[in-house]
Design a protein around this ligand. Structure first.
Ligand code: AMP
Ligand code: GLY
Length: 424
């Protein structure tokens, strides 16, 4: 199989790492990729949001399967572009079409979908500029803290959690009337605050059948003890100790199965990954959000725990035969620690040389924001490297990852030292 993988982060390096082990892989291209993916396939310069450019590359390079890493091109309709193009229609694109990607692309769409299918989620109301005062009344009836969500994609920054009503009303106005998050906040979802611990669950589906992937927990805040600013993710573990079989069964029966059935019932053909952001409230699972892609850094622990051939599953999605495929997990634990540039998630510098990568033998170094010139690897993003290890249990996996992280250096490097500690 000739594969084009779109994206450039740790998630895409983890996918490329797994795809490159497949016996049915002929050639792998990653666009644009990073210094890590370059070692597994050919990095190519392509703008994933320029569908014409992607088409040209796909046809010229006889690509069989396009795997879309990030949500942007999906929400913008790359799958529809392929479906509606006679030359591209036979190429398998792994990722949902625009309508299905609204599960992530519109919080209001996702909330209404969950309501229609009785999927447990926080109570909500959706408001626009025209209904701002109704939004203020709605807030008056809720208890603190107040959760405000920009309806559209806002690069992970569109959710505000506010402790007092005055700030909540002010922010609601700023989102709706002053376009705080641009077009993304032309509609705002106000939600009941759910108090609990979060985890991430994943499936891959061809629109009929689906296969579960291992669950994971990520660590979103920059500071230890889950303090400070939100980031793209500072580390992840899999499996998740509190996700016992009873709790996972509830997730299957109350969330995953109704989601897949609901999509089918509504005639929404979903092909690709579904990421369920779930919160455990007194042993009951609620959906916090859907994403139409894999998580990052969750992918850096999920794919190392997948024993089955990822390309076989991808082929299953492409040919609508996913239910015939097997998914086997590695029973061991995986832990990943994200090394970030000093200052991240605020301003940070780039172009710092990374040392020590070759001294790590027992862990997998997934690159996120890196670039390379010959053997010299330099930083090019906020999240730089995600260091994953496997172990017989979580403490063993964490210990190995922290040992590896200790051998890697770049100017200003920062990482959290408490990944996994809250659940041990
Ligand atoms: P989202 O982009 O919807 O995942 O929201 C970002 C983060 O905000 C989540 O990962 C949660 O930590 C938090 N969050 C979102 N919605 C709620 C809610 N209803 N109750 C509590 N926390 C929430
Ligand atoms: N780690 C959370 C995400 O990928 O959205």
């Amino acid at each position: 199989m000739r594969v084009l993988l779109l994206g450039s982060g740790g998630r895409e390096h983890a996918m490329a790492w797994k795809i490159s082990q497949s016996s049915i892989l002929e050639e792998l291209f990653i666009a644009p990729g990073n210094a890590g993916t370059k070692q597994l396939g050919k990095n190519v310069v392509l703008n994933a949001d320029n569908f014409k450019q992607v088409k040209k590359f796909v046809l010229e390079n006889k690509i069989d399967s396009v795997v879309v890493g990030p949500e942007g091109p999906l929400v913008n309709g790359i799958a529809d572009y392929f479906e509606n193009d006679t030359e591209l229609a036979k190429i398998a694109l792994i990722g949902p079409n625009k309508e299905a990607a609204q599960l992530e692309g519109s919080k209001d769409f996702a909330k209404q979908f969950m309501k229609r299918h009785n999927i447990p989620t926080a109570k909500h109301g959706t408001f626009t500029k025209e209904t701002l005062s109704a939004g203020h009344d709605f807030l008056d009836k809720m208890k603190a803290p107040y959760v405000l969500k920009a309806d559209g994609l806002a690069a992970g920054k569109g959710v505000l959690i506010l402790d007092n009503i005055k700030d909540a009303k002010k922010e609601l106005k700023s989102m709706l009337s002053d376009a705080k998050f641009g077009d993304a906040s032309s509609r705002v979802v106000i939600e009941e605050f759910l108090d609990g611990v979060e985890l991430s669950c994943f499936i891959i589906t061809d629109g009929d059948g689906y296969k579960k992937l291992p669950e994971a927990k990520d660590y979103k805040r920059i500071g230890e003890g889950d303090t400070g600013l939100n980031t793209g993710g500072m580390g992840a573990i899999s499996p998740v100790p509190f996700a016992n079989p009873t709790f996972l069964d509830k997730i299957d029966n109350q969330i995953i199965i109704p989601t897949v059935k609901g999509l089918r019932k509504e005639g929404i053909k979903y092909k690709g990954f579904i990421f369920f952001g779930i919160i455990n409230v007194r042993n009951e699972p609620y959906v916090i959000e859907y994403n139409c892609r894999m998580g990052d850094p969750e992918s850096e622990v999920v794919f190392p725990r997948l024993k089955s051939d990822l390309l076989d599953l991808i082929e299953g999605v492409g040919t609508n035969t996913l239910s015939e495929r097997d998914v086997v997990f590695d029973e061991r634990s995986a832990a990943t620690i994200m090394m970030v540039s000093g200052g991240y998630p605020k301003a940070y510098s780039k172009g710092k040389q990374v040392y020590g990568l070759n001294t790590v033998a027992d862990s997998i170094i997934f690159h996120a924001g890196t670039t390379s010139d010959g053997p010299v690897v330099t930083t090019s993003g906020g999240r730089v490297l995600s260091v994953t290890s496997m172990g017989k249990d979580l403490p063993t996996a964490l210990k190995k990852s922290y040992e590896a992280v200790g051998k890697i250096e770049f100017d200003g490097a920062y990482y959290r030292k408490d990944i996994g500690q809250d659940v041990l």
